[in-house]
Design a protein around this ligand. Structure first.
Ligand SMILES: [Zn+2]
Ligand SMILES: [Zn+2]
Ligand SMILES: [Zn+2]
Length: 309
């Protein structure tokens, strides 16, 4: 079971008729603790009491539909987190949206199949490139052939509705991210006057922003809540590597670019935390630094209602 956390912002209760987003995972693809890591980060007390699952979101629609963002191998534990928020155990999701094909974002797809959930007709929304990855990976292609999932290919920038009356839409935005398997998209989940950006992975701010400031970029996306790539705290976490080669901008760089929160800024919560990241520890000095700038670190179970109250 999860250890209760001191959530650092408002937890919204799920009410029927609302669009509600629950964070089901806040770790980088490897999870926390990370398999094979024998250092204190993953063998100490924190790794036993404050486990984190690979990034994922659970969304409930106004029509009582259920949707996932990312398909994680930790889905059983993530459904327990979702259950705590919903007050009931979630059913087989109506849809799953996939940002890209890296391990922790897709490795739970097989759980939908006959060995586990025995689902049928789950709509998987993804890019053309992720659909090709699914079709050329035999275990995932079999899910398509057996009717467990059906692929809906999105067009970059065009919002889609995962179900007709769900009350929200999802707009995929292409994001530069090293791509051996597929391209990568951030998702803007657009509700009733409140929009949430989910961007767990990107390579560098300079490529993503293309000469804008983070503030300008977020304001052009018109988002109120931002779940942002916080993989590494600083370049020190990857010894023997040049800062320029780090595959994610460190949180220190993001904080430096942003400065303290200003009036009218969106809420920003960091997630996709690597096991080495001191933000995994809610009592760390680094967590304090994030909070004192007015930003947050995401926790499993944090929830948002996408409706202007
Ligand atoms: Zn990732
Ligand atoms: Zn570790
Ligand atoms: Zn990735």
């Amino acid at each position: 079971m999860l250890t209760p956390r001191d959530y650092d912002h408002k937890i919204a209760r799920h009410l029927v008729g609302e669009v509600s987003v629950t964070i089901l995972g806040t770790a980088q693809d490897g999870g926390f603790p990370q398999l094979g890591c024998q250092k204190n980060c993953c063998t100490g007390e924190l790794a036993k009491t404050h486990q984190r699952f690979p990034v994922s979101l659970g969304i409930t629609g106004k029509d009582g539909s259920y949707h996932l963002v990312e398909a994680s191998r930790m889905m059983p534990q993530q459904f327990q987190v979702w259950e705590q928020h919903l007050g009931h155990y979630p059913p087989v999701p109506n849809s799953i949206s996939l940002t890209h094909a890296h391990l922790g974002h897709v490795d739970g797809l097989g759980l939908l199949g006959k060995e586990v959930m025995g689902a049928s007709g789950v709509n998987v929304h993804c890019s053309e490139s992720v659909s090709q990855f699914i079709n050329r990976t035999p275990a995932y292609a079999a899910l398509v052939e057996q009717g467990v999932i059906s692929l809906s290919i999105w067009n970059e920038g065009d919002a889609y509705s995962p179900s007709s009356e769900c009350g929200f839409s999802v707009r995929p935005i292409e994001i530069p991210h090293r791509s051996e398997f597929s391209d990568c998209h951030a998702l803007v989940i657009e509700g009733d006057g409140v929009n949430l950006l989910f961007m767990p992975d990107h390579d560098s701010w300079s490529e993503t922003l293309n000469r804008q400031s983070i503030r300008d970029w977020l304001s052009r996306l018109n988002v109120d809540i931002v779940l942002l790539d916080g993989t590494f705290w600083s370049a020190d976490e990857l010894p023997h590597r040049d800062m320029n080669e780090i595959p994610h901008p460190p949180v220190t760089e993001t904080l430096e670019r942003l400065g303290p929160k200003r009036q009218g800024d969106p809420e920003i919560l960091f997630l996709h935390l690597n096991h080495t990241n001191p933000l995994c520890n809610p009592k760390s000095k680094q967590c304090e630094d994030v909070h004192s700038s007015g930003w947050s670190v995401a926790n499993e179970g944090d929830s948002f209602t996408l409706e202007r109250l």
